[in-house]
Design a protein around this ligand. Structure first.
Ligand SMILES: [Zn+2]
Length: 276
């Protein structure tokens, strides 16, 4: 499989400007923050009428579903598991994450639009970011954002202290239930939901272990359910919904699954996007 020898090209830093553009904001900030919107995603949005012919976005809701550690090679090798996701999404972006491919570094880049040397998280540590992130910028333009995350996990830690709503729980089930309630209450322009279950099992039972793949199925099922709920509850809105992991993973000796190396298995991940 040649895929395993190649690195993806599209950088994970492009998620922030894409979200901001879709929410009607100018994504140009400074010379270290990525401002280029994902082209293929934008093209699809135009074709589907979610961005008009003058390049103005009609989207007013963004839902980011962030499952942890799902690599591009897992998608290529286990296509049948991803089938329900492929059926309901309109865009696939093959994403190159940042080095080192560990959770706080990668989500740091996804939501600041900056490379690690600019956002400052260079290894597995979870300091509260002191720089401008999407969670600073959106509230400054009057937009409401919410983070739904399990206690102590990267997204819950590094984006603390912003003028946004935090829903932090001990379990993933509580998080996912809360996300459904947020869709029902329809109060936020951006919702970010983190699920670390595949990462947890992958480290213990290898990336393709039976239990790990079961958790992967759960992530895909969760996304499908969220999309269904959004299509029912947010009829008045135009929504950009994303299945957006942070990095990939590889099989190792101890622990049985790991990530953090500059190899395609760890650096390449895959995103799926829906326009609802
Ligand atoms: Zn991760």
């Amino acid at each position: 499989m040649t895929d395993n020898k190649e690195f993806n090209i599209t950088e994970i830093t492009r998620i922030r400007p894409t979200i901001e553009f879709f929410l009607g904001c100018n994504p140009v900030h400074n010379n270290v923050t990525e401002s280029n919107v994902l082209e293929n995603t934008l093209k699809t949005a135009v074709n589907m009428g979610f961005v008009d012919e003058n390049g103005k976005s009609k989207i007013d809701r963004v839902f980011m579903y962030n499952p942890d550690a799902i690599g591009m090679w897992i998608y290529k090798k286990h296509r049948e598991i991803f089938k329900p996701l492929e059926v309901i999404t309109q865009v696939r972006e093959d994403i190159l994450t940042v080095f080192p491919p560990v959770t706080p570094v990668c989500f740091g880049s996804m939501y600041t639009g900056m490379k690690p040397e600019n956002h400052g998280i260079l290894k597995y540590e979870k300091p509260v970011l002191k720089i401008d992130t999407i969670f600073d910028f959106l509230p400054s333009t009057g937009k409401k954002a919410a983070i739904v995350c399990t206690q102590g996990d990267s997204i819950a830690e590094i984006f603390k202290g912003r003028n946004i709503d935090y829903f932090i729980y001990p379990t993933i089930d509580e998080c996912n239930k809360q996300a459904e309630e947020l869709i029902n209450s329809d109060n936020h322009d951006l919702i970010v939901l983190y699920n670390g279950n595949y990462d947890y099992y992958m480290h213990r039972f290898t990336p393709e272990g039976k239990k790990s793949l079961q958790e992967l199925r759960k992530n895909i099922d969760t996304y499908c359910k969220l999309q269904k709920l959004i299509s029912e509850k947010w009829k008045e809105h135009k929504t950009f919904l994303a299945f957006a992991p942070d990095h990939g993973c590889h099989r190792s000796i101890f622990p049985p699954g790991n990530h953090g190396k500059y190899i395609p298995k760890d650096m390449n991940t895959v995103h799926f996007y829906s326009f609802v």
